[in-house]
Ligand binder design. Sequence first.
Ligand SMILES: [Zn+2]
Ligand SMILES: [Zn+2]
Length: 135
Amino acid sequence: MGREAGAPAVAEKIVLKSVEYEEKLPIARARKKEWLKGKCCCKCGSTKDLMIEYPDPRLSFAVWVWAKPARRNRHLSRAKVWCEEHYRERIRERKMNGLVVTHGMAQMYRRGCRCAECKKAICKYQMDRVAKLRS
Ligand SMILES: [Zn+2]
Ligand SMILES: [Zn+2]
């Protein structure tokens, strides 16, 4: 298993922040809002604070910003919608199984992301490693 010691320690609040990454762009935010209209949490049916679980989280940005409508719809047809609470639960589960890489994880930095959360994560990862080597 290629999991890193630092990964499980990543605070779950980062997961929620990562969702907001593409929302910084008004066009992405508007498309997302439009798509979420009439949708609800697949577990409890709530329509509040909906989160999207993408079939491929690495595309979550591209889907809203660059993808052509047909492509977007195809991708989103495999996406799942959760309320905030159940999304957290879901991500926590998947993270424990090593299935999810989000912003704020060293893996994400290695995949090329340079956002503040990912920089912080790689920094922490490296510091942890140094500390381990010294002890
Ligand atoms: Zn729910
Ligand atoms: Zn990032």
